[in-house]
Design a protein around this ligand. Structure first.
Ligand code: GRF
Length: 219
């Protein structure tokens, strides 16, 4: 692995989590090199952010492939061609095909806006409110071919407040996501976090429960 870990990012949307990663790097808190930002949506805000930061970009349209696997294999071949060490899914709204993912298992993380294993998939804020949950949060996990199903590395929690609706809750959670994702990527890129032989290890110890984002970072 190169001395400065090489990071590829996939995003489908506005890219606020990508922006948080770029800001952390800018502040000197995330010593990595961003080598590619890819998207399944040519108009994704994340691509514009990457262009502004002089990071190579890639937009592939799933509709121009015969099926999901063909798209994912091509996408992952291009990620591999970027010589990335790690891949971050930051609002990438697709499940990845198992065959495309296989060479990357343990090197791909995703941020998901719920306290996994609760609320895999979409509409997580609404579902937490409808269930009457007292707290909500975000998780960063290793990616498998199962939707939001890989081992959870770290979580950020917040108490649901009486005035929260779906939008407000999403808005209040986002700043926590923006701290959580750079913190986890920092551990991974720093060689402090591994997923091997079915176990997640952090600082040489098995992770028996997800790390928690506290006032001073991950604990
Ligand atoms: C975030 O809420 C993330 O947790 C989810 O998709 C959203 C992406 O937002 N996976 P952004 O594009 O990073 O602003």
């Amino acid at each position: 692995m190169s001395s400065s870990p090489r990071i590829a990012v996939l995003a489908s949307g506005r890219g606020s989590n990508l922006a948080a990663l770029l800001d952390a790097r800018e502040r000197g808190e995330l010593p990595v090199e961003f080598v590619l930002v890819g998207s399944d949506k040519a108009d994704a805000g994340a691509l514009r952010l990457a262009e502004a930061a002089n990071i190579p970009t890639l937009a592939l349209d799933p509709r121009s492939y015969p099926d999901r696997r063909a798209f994912d294999l091509d996408l992952f071949a291009r990620v591999a061609a970027s010589d990335a060490d790690w891949l971050v899914l930051a609002g990438f709204m697709r499940v990845i095909d198992g065959e495309a993912l296989r060479p990357w298992v343990g090197r791909v993380i995703n941020i998901h806006p719920s306290l996994l294993p609760k609320y895999r998939g979409l509409h997580t804020h609404r579902r937490a409110l409808e269930a009457g949950d007292a707290e909500h949060g975000a998780s960063v996990h290793f990616v498998t071919a199962e939707l939001d199903g890989g081992p959870v590395i770290a979580q950020a929690r917040l108490a649901i407040a009486p005035g929260d609706d779906e939008q407000r809750l999403a808005q209040r959670l986002l700043p926590l996501e923006h701290r959580l994702l750079p913190a986890v990527l920092g551990l991974l890129a720093g060689g402090r976090l591994q997923w091997q032989a079915g176990n997640v290890r952090c600082d040489e110890r098995p992770l028996t429960a997800p790390l928690q984002l506290g006032a001073r970072g991950l604990e």
